[in-house]
Design a protein around this ligand. Structure first.
Ligand code: FMN
Length: 604
């Protein structure tokens, strides 16, 4: 971490904040606001952290937003993300060489591969300079942040969680949030689809306790590797070796059989009693909504070790854009060659940051036969963590760049027709709150590889159209049309919902000469002219099986919050919002400096 701080400082990517600040809300709120600035603001180093509630002051600084810009990401990778992806592509296509020079370069590549395997060192590491065992264990001595007001407690947000299979053959590194319950217990939020959860099942069946070692800090690449969606059974530290060309150097934990990188800043070791689960959460999550309290495994801490000069690394998740935007960008690029092994005709893909990654993906492909795009949809919905994707748009090779939102949306709307829609069912991210039941729900694929030429509807001004809508839906409170120069303009209608959205849609059918795609959102908390946040809201709140309606050329989409009117009986979570009293207090002290326009744009 010290080297990282130096690297960021030298590259003018670090801001040091010496003001006395609370680990409860204040520090995370500042980090949240910073990363929303142009180009992700700066990484922040808080040197004077305290816990106002207990009066404790922390010796160590807290480092945040390290990955929070494209530039910082590449600095921390030590190379361009493109070059990592290219190297993976090359490895996947390695063929036995012909000719002497080719053989030499092939041998060189193979030789460099030996560095990707982690190396186990004898003895102790720098991460074990200070040891806390028995009664000296106290998680409250680490400056663990409470990010949001409704959070169930403090959470470690950048923990590298090292686990192994029951037979010790497979090792896994994953990043899962960890709730601090008391001085020696942590909640393990590994979701049911994740590798450590599969290991947990093995220990549970065998009636054994499961060892876990959690590292914080060290080279930030360990942290990125922990988020990498590598297949079950593959140790994510191999990725570290591949990127840096140096093996990760590991030492054995003091009280578990697990090996951790020797240079990390903290190690929290312990054992999970597989017979016991405990309520974990709520937690303001990267969906921009709170994930509700649920039962998860608990670890009893058996040792904490640290470096003498340690730095606590943390992130904050909530409404986009945040640090995970940049981490996800690197993941998307690096995993493209691996995804191509499942779908070779994939030309490009992109996950817009404002759709929280799994809620929307844009993909470009080379359609070769009838039904090819549908085949892709099924392949995506069956490929590892890609199967969490809820909504996927497929384009042919002549589509504009996927990151050019204006151009790609125009292209999509000019060739869309209701028959482009394909609705199916599949698994969902454990964080999804929209579907009628957890873990499974609607999937929406839109095949835009074929062009349909539609006449554009008759255009009315927003005010005129709103008057007509209001006559049919008295609960409508506002209307805004987007992309009006395309054959399928999008009409967003805000409503004070008193009925199911499908009923509102049916009421509007007589207006079909004027409208094509109609999106309903709640009046409360939505700005119907803010496309960025509308995409966030609607892709989060939709379940395609329930929330898409078609009548002739008109398509309705229900982006409202669901309740019993919709036959929805799960609890609907709250938005993740900043605590305004904390923001005001920071403003008064002159520490909060986010422009008001960004505050509004990202609905803090
Ligand atoms: C900031 C951040 C927080 C995350 N929190 C969790 C979490 O609490 N639980 C979880 O299962 N996955 C979480 N993830 C996603 C996992 O890290 C990711 O799916 C990873 O590939 C899991 O590793 P595994 O497949 O080896 O289990 C988070 C990712 C990021 C970037």
């Amino acid at each position: 971490m010290q080297k990282t701080i130096e690297l960021l400082r030298k590259n003018d990517e670090l801001k040091i904040i010496d003001a006395e600040l609370d680990i409860y809300l204040e520090i995370p709120h500042l980090a949240y606001a910073e990363v929303k600035k142009k180009d992700g603001g700066k990484a922040l180093l808080f040197t004077n952290a305290g816990d106002k509630k207990s009066g404790k002051k922390f010796e160590e600084p807290i480092l945040m937003n390290v990955f929070g810009s494209y530039k910082r990401c590449e600095l921390l990778f030590g190379r361009t993300i493109e070059s990592v992806a290219d190297e993976i592509t090359k490895l996947l296509h390695m063929k036995p060489p012909s000719g002497f020079m080719n053989k030499l370069s092939f041998a060189g590549e193979l030789f460099s591969l030996k560095n990707i395997f982690p190396k186990k060192l004898k003895g102790e590491g720098a991460c074990q300079e200070i040891k806390y065992l028995g009664d000296d264990i106290n998680l409250h001595n680490i400056p663990v942040l409470t990010t949001w007001e409704q959070d169930g407690g403090p959470f470690i947000t950048m923990g590298q969680v090292y686990t192994q299979s029951l037979d010790g053959e497979m090792v896994n590194l994953g990043m899962y949030r960890l709730q601090v319950y008391d001085k020696n217990h942590l909640g393990m939020h590994w979701q049911i689809h994740k590798d450590s959860s599969h290991f947990f099942d093995q220990y549970q069946k065998a009636g054994k306790k499961m060892p876990v070692s959690i590292a914080i800090g060290g080279n930030p690449l360990y942290t990125w590797c922990a988020t990498a969606p590598l297949p079950y059974g593959v140790n994510e530290l191999l990725m570290y070796g591949l990127i840096t060309k140096k093996p990760a150097k590991l030492v054995k934990s003091l009280t578990t059989p697990l090996y951790i990188p020797e240079d990390v800043d903290y190690v929290i070791e312990g054992w999970v009693d597989t017979a016991q689960l405990k309520v974990e959460g709520p937690f303001g999550d990267h969906t921009g909504y709170y994930t509700l309290a649920e039962l998860y495994p608990v670890m009893e801490v058996s040792a904490i070790t640290t470096k003498k000069k340690r730095v606590y690394l943390a992130t904050v998740v909530g409404k986009p854009p945040l640090e995970d935007k940049y981490m996800g960008w690197a993941t998307g690029k690096i995993f493209f060659p691996l995804l191509k092994t499942t779908v070779p005709d994939l030309l490009d893909y992109h996950m817009p940051e404002n759709a929280g990654f799994h809620n929307l993906i844009l993909a470009k492909m080379q359609p070769l036969y009838k039904g090819h795009a549908k085949q892709f949809m099924h392949a995506f919905w069956g490929a590892g963590q890609m199967s969490f994707v809820k909504h996927a748009l497929f384009f042919d090779e002549s589509a504009p760049k996927l990151e050019n939102y204006e151009a790609i949306t125009t292209y999509a709307l000019n060739r869309f027709m209701p028959e482009s829609l394909f609705i199916s069912e599949g698994i969902l991210d454990a964080l999804d709150h929209s579907s009628p039941e957890t873990l499974v729900g609607g999937k929406l694929g839109i095949d835009l590889t074929k062009a349909h030429k539609l006449e554009a509807p008759t255009l009315l001004r927003d005010e005129e159209l709103f008057l007509k809508v209001k006559e049919l839906i008295p609960e409508a409170t506002g209307l805004h049309q987007f992309m009006i120069r395309t054959s399928n303009p999008i009409t967003v209608i805000a409503i004070d919902k008193k009925r199911k959205a499908s009923e509102y849609f049916n009421n509007l059918i007589s207006l079909s000469p004027y409208m094509r795609i109609v999106v309903f959102v709640d009046t409360l908390k939505n700005d119907i002219s803010n496309a960025y946040m509308l995409v966030w809201r609607v892709t989060n709140n939709m379940d395609a099986q329930r929330d898409v309606f078609v009548s002739g050329l008109m398509v309705g989409v229900d982006g409202t919050n669901k309740n019993s009117l919709d036959g929805f009986h799960r609890e609907w979570p709250d938005d993740v919002d900043c605590t305004q009293s904390v923001v005001s207090a920071l403003k008064l002290r002159g520490i909060w400096n986010l422009e008001e326009s960004l505050n509004e744009q990202y609905q803090l």
